[in-house]
Design a protein around this ligand. Sequence first.
Ligand code: PLP
Length: 424
Amino acid sequence: MSSPASAPPDWLAKGARHVWRPYCQMKTAPAPLAVARTEGSRLILEDGRELVDGIASWWTACHGYNHPHIRQAVEAQLARAPHVMFGGLAHEPAYRLASRLAALLPGDLDHVFFAESGSVSVEIAMKMALQFWINRGMSGRTRFLSFLGGYHGDTLATMTICDPEEGMHSLFAGVMPSQHVTALPTDAASEAGLAAYLAENAQEIAAVIVEPRVQGAGGMLFHEDETLRRLRRLADDHDVLLIFDEIFTGFGRTGDLFACEGAGVVPDVITLSKALTGGTLPLSAAVASRKVFDAFWSDDPGAALMHGPTYMGNPLACAAADASLDLFERGDWRADVARIEAALRDGLAPCRGSAGVVDVRVKGAIGVVEFDRQVESGPLCQRFVEAGVWIRPMGKVVYLTPPFVVTDAELATLTGAVRAVLGV
Ligand code: PLP
């Protein structure tokens, strides 16, 4: 158990009057924890307390914080060129990263469009899908098919493809055009239902979009790889594009480098972010297959993809991502994810049967305890901090997605804290 050793720093009180925090009722929320530094799987607070980070800063810090290999790569790039615009200019970190991603991704997912955040890469994937049909001379393909439990971002267009109830955005119902959001085809009957829907409506659908294997922010919901194979079949049979949003699942989280690769399904577009830079700098990518890219390859300038964020392909972020890929290529992460999976299974199993708990599930480096109702995140968070861990419950779940370098002792601390807070 750790306790504050000193008063909150001056910058926190001063800045708190001006910083608008995420997902936060600013009037009533307690002050955020002031982080002084990070190391490995730990957050070191300004008051001296140390917390084991159970969620790797929203699933980004896969190799742990301050990894020396990534830090050195960023420092070297900082000395060379921190940023240049991507329009008309090129630099090695981005071009090398694009080649490496194309080589790592399955099938012909070969054409990498960079952006800075996950939501924006999903917007770009949506735009690619819309313009794919326009460029092929087909009008009316303006809608998307997405899934209950899904989360794809907070920007206006991505909100429309999130779960309308669970996706944090129900307040905005009716503001944007509605999409067809339905249940995942998890069995033959629901596949047939979706096939019937597509037989009627495919001519207005640009793409189907899904988070493969795990729907993250919508509730850490798992589905079988067969569901993804069904979606590929449905998309092929009804000639709609298939987009996999691997912003959460990409880079090892489910035990395979990419969920699509593990499932043996190649989407037409994939979105990546979060762990792409090992959790150091903002970067995302929408990676298109040859079929999608070819629809933009033309003598007509009007057929080009008209998108270009200012910080697109930022050299520091790409250098960080290149260094992160070096660490993935070394391969230690596979054993680490297996080790974390086993520890989460053992450590969380006793929560099964505890009051209000309806499910305990683990996949790769993701451990979930689901309750029968929304959990009160604030008070639970506070108790977790008192137990020396950073765990932030979300909706109906308490979940753990630690950095892959988390030690066995730290894993025991994390799962022990969950059991203690649940009283098991
Ligand atoms: N898609 C998925 C699957 C996500 O998990 C997230 C973020 O949690 C996003 C998109 C949005 O990414 P960002 O928060 O970087 O905009």
